[in-house]
Design a protein around this ligand. Structure first.
Ligand code: FES
Length: 153
């Protein structure tokens, strides 16, 4: 009888211990995965084809995917589509609260609709709450593709 109680107690302790261990792992694992995210595409992305020549008209912008984040490329007003210096490219993530910016052809500015942030075509803040300029990317033309790279200009 006494042996049976000990066995039951041991079984209950084992189950309780297993449950607590599983709960601990289930709680800690997502926290660790959040703190140390898996290497994504962004980590290895240093250059990407953002557009093809002729895809953008002068005074037009396009959002493209740069790794895990959006980027924006603009063919400046009056710009030559075959000349890399006619393009500007930036991260499309607003420096205020991370909304995605867009190009406003009516203003010739990059604009964040979330809180009415305005950036010029150098990425500098013109007005609104963004505290920092947009990070600028390098633009290069190879063949018919317009490549954007992360090295800051
Ligand atoms: S998130 Fe862009 S202005 Fe606030």
């Amino acid at each position: 009888m006494s042996d049976e109680k000990v066995t039951r107690r041991n079984a209950l302790n084992y189950l309780l211990g297993s449950g607590i261990t599983a709960l601990g792992i289930g709680t800690v694992y997502p926290i660790i995965r959040y703190i140390i995210p898996p290497p994504g595409q962004e980590a290895g992305t240093s250059s990407i084809s953002a557009a093809k020549i002729g895809e953008l008209k002068p005074n037009e912008g396009k959002i493209f995917k740069f790794g895990n984040s959006p980027g924006i490329i603009v063919l400046k007003p009056g710009g030559d589509p075959k000349n890399a210096s006619s393009y500007v490219a930036f991260t499309a993530v607003c420096s205020h609260l991370n909304c995605t910016v867009q190009y406003r052809d009516d203003l010739c500015e990059i604009w964040c609709a979330c809180h009415n942030g305005h950036f010029d075509l150098n990425g500098n803040v013109l007005s609104g709450p963004p505290p920092k300029p947009l990070t600028q990317f390098k633009v290069a033309i190879k063949g018919e593709e317009i490549f954007v790279s992360k090295e800051e200009t």
